[in-house]
Design a protein around this ligand. Structure first.
Ligand code: BDR
Ligand code: CA
Length: 311
């Protein structure tokens, strides 16, 4: 079977790092377009290059927009991922260099060069995708699929704003531009992520058995792991890895619902919430396949392979 062909928008980020390891283990990667999010753009670009070095991959890295489209962010996620976004391990300056091409322009160019071939995997605030869409609204017609890690479809969320998930809450306008422009996308939300956490000791076993990728991930994961433990987030939570599993193999989905999803842009308490029309009241076509369950053993096997720990 031919490998999936992926174009990844990302803000590495610890769980982005795991997703990028998975992508390179299971798919061909046309490029990493990089957003600001978990930490500032300088760090996220550098972290993407560190990953490219680790993997000795020829994957091009494109720096994107340093801020959300409209409002400056109130919070990033350095308190989870470390100040540098990769657990403050202190990796040296990467050898790989970022391309001169702006991320939004690279998304447009690569999808023009390979119409219908690439699955777009959005693991970050959707700023770069929104900019690309505003420049060229025909973008959705040129991608094979769009998979988004974002949203909190039952309102739990993981940010200071009660019902918002980080990627959507960081740049709600961008998320709304993307959700309105794509007639159909797969949505892997925060709540699905919590249902698909890995058992801690099982995951430690993979880290112990794996290769240089497992050693890298074991180090960068420490800060996020302590944060999760202190905040009673149980298990190894890997949001972007779950979305990547869905991007690599859509057959991994075992339960989903097709619904219309939009983003609250105002709201006294709800800016950045993903609003799902569960009862079909709006009469608008379902734009999102909301991923509710995946085959967990298959997801685990994909992660093990990415860490070099598959028996
Ligand atoms: C998402 O937000 C970021 O902190 C993670 O990298 C992931 O993409 C989870 O809400
Ligand atoms: Ca991310």
């Amino acid at each position: 079977m031919s490998k999936p062909q992926l174009l990844i928008d990302t803000d590495p980020g610890v769980d982005d790092a795991l997703a990028i390891l998975m992508a390179h283990a299971h798919a061909d990667v046309a490029g990493l377009s990089v957003a600001a999010g978990n930490v500032g753009l300088g760090h996220t670009v550098r972290n993407a290059l560190t990953l490219v070095d680790l993997l000795a991959a020829p994957t091009p890295v494109f720096a994107g927009c340093p801020t959300p489209l409209v409002r400056l962010p109130e919070e990033d996620a350095a308190f989870v991922h470390g100040k540098d976004g990769l657990g403050d391990v202190g990796y040296p300056e990467p050898k790989a260099l970022a391309s001169d091409e702006q991320a939004a322009l690279a998304l447009l160019r690569l999808t023009r060069e390979r119409p219908g071939e690439l699955t777009l995997v959005a693991l970050a605030p959707l700023t770069n995708l929104a900019l690309a869409l505003r420049l060229d609204p025909s973008l959705p017609g040129r991608v094979a699929r769009l998979v988004v890690m974002g949203g909190a479809v039952t309102g739990l969320g993981n940010t200071g704003k009660v019902p918002a998930e980080f990627n959507v809450g960081f740049d709600p306008e961008a998320a709304q531009v993307v959700f309105e422009a794509f007639p159909q996308f797969d949505l892997v939300d925060w709540e699905a992520t919590l249902r698909h956490a890995f058992d801690e000791s099982e995951f430690d076993d993979w880290l112990a058995r794996g290769d240089h990728r497992a050693r890298f991930f074991g180090k960068v994961f420490q800060t996020a792991r302590s944060f999760n433990a202190k905040n009673e987030r149980r298990g190894v939570i890997a949001a972007d890895a779950l979305a990547m599993a869905v991007a690599i193999d859509p057959d991994i989905i075992t339960r989903s619902e097709n619904r219309h999803v939009a983003v609250e842009l105002d709201g006294r308490l709800t800016r950045g919430a993903t609003v799902v029309d569960w009862a079909g009241r709006l009469g608008r076509p379902a734009n999102a396949r909301i991923v509710l369950e995946v085959d967990q053993p298959r997801f685990a096997a994909m992660v093990r392979k990415a860490l070099g720990a598959e028996k």
